[in-house]
Design a protein around this ligand. Structure first.
Ligand SMILES: NC(=O)c1ccc[n+]([C@@H]2O[C@H](COP(=O)([O-])OP(=O)(O)OC[C@H]3O[C@@H](n4cnc5c(N)ncnc54)[C@H](OP(=O)(O)O)[C@@H]3O)[C@@H](O)[C@H]2O)c1
Length: 246
């Protein structure tokens, strides 16, 4: 079993969905998890981790605000002395055909899904370089690989994360820091409940493994990439999509 004892992990968007499953799994393998979301949203995740005997604390922040991200990283360093794992998971969709898309919906999706990953990665890199190692895992999407009508903003942000990760992987490989991407397909969370039933069933019909993904399917991939066992893997995109895009 993958062992993350003694590691400190920051997971953004940990209040629900994939981020919550990642936080819970990393904690169950021994990591101390800093669970980040807006307001007090991550408190329930932290309570669930602690109730299961794990270690976690909540960070209240909007990932699109730079100063609170740096404050979260500074606070985690003060309390725990190190940061080993960053999972950039917080994300939103604001779907619309390009001709009708509002500039604010473009900007908000890019800020949350892509720029926040830059801000968080920049904040943890100093400590990771000093401690001579780290893991950065960015949650992209099958939509960033294949595209999808009505999601130009989302697809651009998720494809951007892939390019960002490959470039950063090359920058920091000599410091023993790996940067990888997990690209989920259709995962059963709040996010896809906003998609119309028709679009959802059209997508589901394209899944060779015949089912929507569960949050745990994504969490296990993230956990592997965060582990010592994945130490020779960097700059890669691990698709967790039931085969819907190969
Ligand atoms: N579900 C899918 O089918 C699917 C497929 C491919 C990729 N993904 C990606 O996987 C990631 C998680 O998706 P999900 O399905 O678990 O979504 P979700 O259930 O809607 O959860 C989104 C998470 O992101 C957080 N978040 C959103 N905006 C934030 C902000 N500005 N600051 C801080 N936290 C913020 C939310 O926290 P709050 O409590 O603060 O709202 C929540 O914890 C996203 O990056 C998504 O694009 C999902």
């Amino acid at each position: 079993m993958l062992d993350l004892s003694g590691k400190v992990a920051i997971v953004t968007g940990a209040s629900r969905g994939i981020g919550r499953a990642v936080a819970v799994l990393l904690a169950s393998r021994g990591a101390h998890v800093v669970a980040a979301a807006r307001g007090e949203h991550a408190a329930a995740t932290v309570a669930a981790i602690q109730a299961a005997g794990g270690r976690a604390d909540a960070a209240s922040l909007d990932v699109t605000d730079t100063a609170p991200v740096h404050a979260m990283v500074g606070g985690a360093l003060e309390r725990h002395g190190r940061i080993d794992i960053l999972v950039n998971n917080a994300g939103i969709a604001r779907d619309q055909l390009l001709l009708r898309m509002k500039r604010e919906d473009w900007d908000q999706v890019i800020a949350t899904n892509l720029t926040a990953a830059f801000v968080c990665a920049q904040a943890v890199l100093g400590p990771m370089i000093k401690q001579r190692g780290g893991r950065i895992i960015n949650i992209s999407s099958v939509v960033g690989q294949a595209g999808n009508a009505g999601q130009t903003n989302y697809a651009a942000s998720k494809a951007g994360l892939i390019g960002f990760s490959k470039a950063l992987a090359r920058e920091v490989a000599s410091r023993n820091i790996t940067v990888n991407v997990v690209a989920p397909g259709l995962i059963d969370t709040d996010m896809i409940r906003t998609i119309s039933d028709k679009a959802r069933s059209d997508w589901a019909a394209q899944i060779p493994l015949g089912r929507l993904g569960a949050t745990e399917d994504v969490a296990t991939a993230v956990c592997f990439l965060a582990s010592d066992e994945a130490s020779y893997i960097t700059g890669q995109v691990l698709a967790v999509n039931g085969g819907m895009y190969m």
